[in-house]
Design a protein. Structure first.
Length: 132
């Protein structure tokens, strides 16, 4: 019941077979990671407003970028992979912004710190207050 299969796509990153469009008729596009996939699922399920949280758009090699320190590679240094990751994230977020706009879906960013300027920024506390 909690398993949600979807077709594999061949969009990998900003340098290897990138895309600037979703392909919901075929399946969810994985380029850019789980945030992009979650956004596509929400749009397909009919949500008309999506609020992002924790999307700073600034992956840093050898830093805590996830909820767990276990993801940090103590031997890693800033490298071309980090540049590619950030390029891919920006590309995926631009695609999310454009695809949501085409579908009449409002996409907001409530992250406290963000380097992603393509989404309107909102303060999470103020946003939640206006819902009550």
């Amino acid at each position: 019941p909690n398993f949600f299969p979807f077709a594999e796509c061949d969009h990998i990153d900003a340098d290897r077979n990138p895309t600037d469009r979703w392909h919901l008729d075929y399946g969810y596009c994985k380029m850019g990671g789980s945030t992009s996939v979650a956004c596509q699922i929400a749009v397909e399920q009919g949500f008309d407003e999506i609020v992002l949280l924790g999307c700073d758009g600034l992956y840093q090699q050898n830093r805590v970028n996830h909820f767990s320190k276990d993801y940090v590679d103590p031997d890693a240094r800033d490298n071309p992979g980090t540049i590619l990751t950030n390029k891919t994230l920006r590309m995926a977020h631009n695609t999310m912004a454009n695809e949501c706009k085409l579908r009449g879906v409002t996409l907001l960013n409530a992250s406290r710190v963000t380097h992603l300027g393509m989404h309107p920024k909102v303060n999470l506390d103020e946003y939640l207050k206006q819902l009550t």
